[in-house]
Ligand binder design. Structure first.
Ligand code: PAF
Length: 299
């Protein structure tokens, strides 16, 4: 295989799949070109700092696709503050080990110049689902996200791409971008993975103090309260939002950024909630911004 001469290898012989690390775009593409057309490719784009939420995406990809590719690329375009980009956790070594243990076929961990070799980057405009919520609080964030995901899709050429529903708005925006620019790629959203105390897994959780972490679990508790009210017949979003706000107000360490109920799969706020609509919220604890959401399910 011609590509094997070119590869910088990171491999663990586990008797089955060997994981190959590509840092160079053309090496990756040589490898990609060798995959027969009738094979399905599952793609998990990440910014590294991998945790059980990413493992669950990888497991989904493994169960549905012939070949699994994980990308690790901390995308400066989606950070509004230079300090957030610099502070973002980089745990490449353990990320590679995790992927190898998961028997991912390829890890693509390029430098910026491999992803964006051009001098001037044409930043894409995201769909209207990028307006409001995270789009307001983090100006330019979704433009950066769709620009890098579009580029990664063009390089990896996956059949299916997997994203976690914790980033609910991100999934909506990427789905819109893919529909327009990559209609053949299936976008699959996967359930949020939570710790035993209900806190949604996030690479940001590591920045929480012990008490901050404890405080942050109130978000899931608040969603569950709203869900209980919903099950008992309350459909007015205002009342559901008030229930979440009341719970969060119990801890003065929480600074609420927004709470809303949106139509399933979109960012359109609703005044009367239907089955499957989603409560979304963002809070700041210990200076760490946390987002989470939960669908209203009457089961
Ligand atoms: O969710 C993330 O980790 C990032 O936003 C993504 C989709 C990998 C794009 O950089």
């Amino acid at each position: 295989m011609r590509a094997s001469n070119l590869l910088k290898k990171f491999e663990m012989d586990r008797g089955q799949t060997m994981t190959t690390l590509f840092t160079n775009r053309s090496d990756f593409q040589s490898w990609r070109d060798l995959i027969p057309k009738d094979r399905t490719i599952g793609f998990v784009p990440t910014m590294g700092a991998l945790h059980a939420g990413h493992v669950s995406l990888i497991e989904h990809a493994k169960s549905e696709c012939d070949v699994v590719v994980v990308s690790i690329y901390v995308n400066d375009l989606q950070f509004s503050a230079e300090s957030d980009f610099t502070r973002y956790p980089r745990t490449e070594e353990s990320d590679f080990h995790l992927c190898a243990n998961e028997q991912v076929h390829a890890v693509f961990a390029p430098a910026r110049s491999e992803v964006f070799p051009e001098e001037v980057i044409n930043v894409l405009t995201p769909s209207n689902n990028a307006l409001g919520f995270e789009g307001t609080d983090r100006q330019g964030h979704f433009a950066g996200v769709v620009t890098v995901v579009d580029r990664l899709f063009s390089i990896v050429r996956p059949s299916v791409a997997y994203f976690g529903l914790k980033d609910y708005q991100q999934v909506a925006v990427i789905r819109d971008m893919a529909l327009q620019l990559h209609p053949d790629i299936v976008i699959e959203s996967c359930e949020t993975v939570r710790d035993a105390d209900g806190l949604a897994l996030s690479s940001r959780n590591r920045f929480l103090s012990v008490s901050g972490r404890n405080t942050a679990t109130l978000m899931n508790i608040a969603f569950n309260k709203a869900n209980a009210i919903w099950k008992s017949g309350t459909t007015r979003s205002k009342e559901l939002i008030n229930a979440v706000a009341a719970e969060l107000s119990q801890d003065s360490a929480i600074h609420v950024q927004y709470i809303s109920v949106v139509r399933n799969g979109t960012m359109e706020p609703v005044s009367v909630a239907c089955q499957g609509d989603v409560i979304i919220a963002a809070i700041v604890v210990d200076g760490v911004r946390l987002i989470d959401n939960k669908p209203l399910i009457n089961a």
